[in-house]
Write a protein that binds this ligand. Sequence first.
Ligand code: ADE
Length: 225
Amino acid sequence: MRIDIITVLPELLKSPFEASILKRAIEKGLVEVHMHNLRDYTDLSYNQVDDYQFGGGAGMVLMIEPIDKCISSLKAERDYDEIIYMTPDGVTLNQKIANSLSLVGNIIILCGHYKGVDQRVRDAYITKEISVGDYVLSGGELAAAILCDSIIRLIPGVLSNETSALTDTFQDNLLAPPVYTRPSEYKGLKVPDVLLSGNFPKIEEWRENKAYERTKTLRPDLLNE
Ligand code: ADE
């Protein structure tokens, strides 16, 4: 898989890809992540990439020309399955979207800034608009990092034990059951006996029941989906 991220703040996006699972996925060659600084695609002085909005109103808007140049140069090199725009008015990211995006080959992610991008970019180039929740961030970069993390960890071979992604919360629309580790008792707080029993069918049944109970209490909406 190849992910190209278009941003005015590439430095904000570096560290998530330089640690832990994402770093290892890149080192293993399972995914390539390339940052493109939008300011490298403008001919205007001071590397200007944004301007005032027509009709008046507060806030700057990212201009179409540098975005067009950047996307066109990427598309001239290879085909893309999706061109995604990170925006609070997109569809809210969930596990189903992450699962389906983890199966594609090449994607471009465009990070918005200020008041967003010229609507003509969205109309002409964008194939999916994704939000990470009903709140507004200063830009699309942190949202893009969240999207990339949710996708990359699902690529086969990225997690050492592939079943661990399949038992994540939200796979099967259930929250994950509680987990415990050593010691089996700490200051009188005990691990449930069943987990120490060695009876694996019973442990599996207990986990399924807990996952269901937790979902019913905390996220009943998931059970109706
Ligand atoms: N850019 C600003 N806020 C955002 C959000 N909630 N999701 C995706 N991109 C954003």
